[in-house]
Design a protein around this ligand. Sequence first.
Ligand SMILES: Cc1ncc(COP(=O)(O)O)c(C=O)c1O
Length: 387
Amino acid sequence: MKVESSQRLAAVKPYIFAKIAQKRKLVAARGVDIVDLGRGGPDQPPYGEALEELAVRAADPALYSYTPYTGSPELGQAIEDWYQRRFKAKVSAADVALLPGSKGGLSRLFLALCNPGDLVLLPDPAFPAYVAAATISQLQIHTVPLTAERGWLPELKVIRKDALRRAKLILLNYPNNPTGAMVPPEFITELLDWAEETETLVVWDNAYSFITYGDYQPLSIFSDPRGAELAIEFHTFSKAYAMAGARIAFAAGNSEAIALLRRIELYYQAGIFAPTLAAATVALNEGDEAVAMGLAEYTARRELFSAKLDELDWEHELPGGATYFWLRLPGGRDDLSFCDDLLEKHGVVLTPGSAFGEQGVGYVRASITVSQEKITEAFRRIGEFLA
Ligand SMILES: Cc1ncc(COP(=O)(O)O)c(C=O)c1O
């Protein structure tokens, strides 16, 4: 029997990450000890009490039924309290959609809000799942370039009028993957002024919310109360709470958009595992200190990473947030062949900037989700490669 891909799936460009994973396997099979600065998931352990909660509940046979798609009242309350405590923002659990990860939630948001042929504004460079999700939903993508000159923030005023008229939404993500950029609080005001003026829904992917450095503070789009009407914000437990494999996230904000997301989720999921709901509740209620400790480790790695780049005279910016260095390659080198050669010859994985869009050509993304020892080892090898 011949089985063919749908047009919508065939239209998605192959994931560069899959190619890298394949190459990584081949190099590792030769006995090379790989240093992987390509991974996006945290290497740090989750908050201990959350882990314990998960383990205890997982031993209870009564907790293996389907759960309500709205989660548990305890988690709803924890989300309200957490928004209040961490962001001074008022969010009602009634306007929250619980998700098995934000990646799937973001893609189903497109399906819930947009018709085939509708236009969405997406940043470039960006988390590749955005383009894939928009393509599968058969949407037209208008890219909003993020450039070094503007500190990797979008220039909203120059978005073409015809695109704006048709745009269903703009999707942005800060602290940013892949550039490591963070926004100042004034940007939220500027963005919501623009959203009000252009009547464009803002989708604010806050995946790395608490991972900010130096003077940058964690921000929610609801830090400006207009966000509750003009935006929806996604949070995940994958990054700051280091629970990526547990698959739990949520979205809050504009009540109509959230109602539509909740509605489509009904057809895609059958609730989240009860022990995961309980662990997430503990993480939100009691995890502030663990999140701060995780951040302290990322901060130390960021400093080490920068010092190592200095030793190589590799010009770079320090990330304001997230877990990535976004590096322009010296001498205008090609990012795809650079990463391929580095992996082949020295067993170090970096992600080519092209994986994140046209604006990423000539850049590489290096992740600080490995230990300080591994960072030191990676730079010993990168030094040899560049010599
Ligand atoms: C910007 C961004 N959004 C969303 C996600 C996905 O998070 P989740 O694990 O909740 O699906 C990632 C993961 O790397 C990410 O970088």
